[in-house]
Design a protein around this ligand. Sequence first.
Ligand SMILES: Cc1ncc(COP(=O)(O)O)c(C=O)c1O
Length: 395
Amino acid sequence: MPIAHKIKRYMEGASWIRAMFEEGIRLKQQYGEDQVSDLSLGNPVMEPPPAFYETLRRLLQDPAPGMHRYMPNAGYAETRAAVAAQLAKETGVAFTAEHVVMCVGAAAGISVALKTLLDPGDEVVIFSPYFVEYLFYVDHQGGTATIVPTDAQFDLDLEALDAALTPRSRVVLINSPNNPTGVIYPATTLKHLGELLRRKERQFNTTIYLLSDEPYKKLIYGGLTYPEVYAHHPNSLSVTSHAKDLALPAERIGYIAVNPECDDLDDLLGGLSFATRTLGFVNAPALMQRALVSLQGVTVDMGEYERKRDFLCDNLTAMGYQLVKPQGAFYVFPKTPGEDDVAFVQALQEKHILTVPGRGFGRAGHFRIAYCVEDRTLERAMDGFRAVAKEFGMG
Ligand SMILES: Cc1ncc(COP(=O)(O)O)c(C=O)c1O
């Protein structure tokens, strides 16, 4: 066996998303690009905003001496200050540069946070359905994942959480807007979550960190205001990335923001910086950090995604699909007629529509559609969705 058994097992078992993405490549080669609707991956269709290219041109025309040298592991002071100022404006929390650690996208940010917080065997609560990579991040950093289901509307089930928390619980990981459901946790849920965590901290005499994964924070619809976590739990930190809001997933840039009210703040910030270096990231990409200084508050046009959501959800509902209408991100997670979500996804595949079975996210009986695609790709899929709905007796 050339590689570790565990990694081999993970690779075989877990990635439905990648498997469907690769199936998409195969189908496109066989039938042609325009014959396949690949709705399997959250790869944004949009290009970055013009301000991104203008900033890059400016930076490259006038390169600062030493701009390619090593930097502090937490990132450039100027970038961290710009991020903190924007974040303070958006949240009303007194963030300064020292509360911000730049990271190599949200994936790295979560890994760095877990590395900093977990002792071997510490527990991390994850809500299902979940972004499947969480399981690997937790395991890689020596933790144990405790899965807690969300309710029928995919909101947090705080009674279930209450029952799941133990003296070994170290981190509660939430994701809002959510992948795969598109749900945003309301402020009242976050308030009750904070109360529960503080009660449990007192009961166990421990610290339980609320880690909020927010790569879709700017992708919210219907004029909603994003419910922030910081006011609800002092021991909270968020991880954000510009993969979606600036459409830069390949550039690997994001940040961790630590609540200034956190216990043992200096240790935590020092730990995040140390983990960034020693996990091998060393620092977030320099050119992207420099660009971010002048891109605070800039995003892609979210109206486009809202339009796609409405088109898709209205059509699916009319065909008989049952779904919770997403309030953010670019995914929807409808029910399948029976528990066998794999059979349903395979029936869609026969119609050249690629989606991901719910069991890939820890919740069978559903499937995920990523609608961050061209309009024509969505439009083309409608006949197939309708035919499969009929075949399975929906509506
Ligand atoms: C919920 C969630 N968290 C984290 C990530 C990772 O984001 P990044 O590409 O910034 O590492 C993703 C990517 O799709 C995601 O959906």
